[in-house]
Design a protein around this ligand. Sequence first.
Ligand code: PBG
Length: 334
Amino acid sequence: MTTAQSAYPATRLRRTRARAWSRALHRETVLTPADLIWPLFITEGRGVEEPVGSLPGVSRWSVDGIVARAQEAAALGIPCVALFPNTPPARRTQGGSEALNPDNLICRAIRAVRDACGEDVGILTDVALDPYTSHGQDGLVDEAGYVANDATVEVLTRQAVVQAEAGADIIAPSDMMDGRVGAIREALEAKGHHNVQIMSYAAKYASAFYGPFRDAVGSGGLLKGNKQTYQMDPANGDEALREIALDIAEGADSVMVKPGLAYLDIIWRARQMFGVPVFAYQVSGEYALIEAGAAAGAGDRDALLMEKLICMKRAGAAGILTYHAPVAARLLNG
Ligand code: PBG
């Protein structure tokens, strides 16, 4: 006698998917507004909102508008905003010294947000010279246009202290110089800023996805050439882990992988290898492509963006910097 073999498998993975309550019960990854950091662009003036052409739905705001956005973030449950200044052209110089002005646009915005929001929202600031230089590079350049490492680290360290003195909570060096995390940590300690965190842009790639950001901060038209002598080659993965290891050793509290979606393998490997908080930056080009794709009928905008965000969390991201933060938070809050 032979036993009749069922044509169907005993184990059916689909069984758990048949009802919404069961899908909810078996969901492995959750996304909440508390996972989001909202990047904001600042411009001079009062009552000013300037839409960024290449980022539909994103504007530059004068300091009063930045305060309103920070209050909106707190109301939506978004724990942190990231501030990026669009420095007036007349203040951009070869050496980017406006970065060290304690009364520059970003410092005024930091103080205004702190005054209005207190501890309700964290303030992350970018450390790099590109919004302040007349050449759009992140550091100090020699005659050949090469960005010099050590001289740049010295200026960035001072820039980080200026931002911390204004009230920044998280210093985020986005420049990809070697040794800057250690130098910044030492300077922060020396000035008593023991609780100011460092989130390093540890694995930041020389990416074609940053174009709309450079429009937003006004460095795009100034930039000659590219940033391949300091940002990473998209072909490299092992090197990203070495970058991350160095930044952790130098005192980074958390690290960032940037861009996000095309680099999920780096997020995954970093999380597995180091167990530190790894943040993903869904960059401007990624945002713009979702908006353009949805506008062209390629899919539903909200569904596209929520899928991308949950996938970054599934890959191991502790949180995500995204221009879609308020849209996503509203969807999550129902
Ligand atoms: C500046 C900086 C860049 C971004 C964040 N900080 C641009 C660059 O490196 O050229 C990109 C963010 C985005 O595209 O959304 N150092």
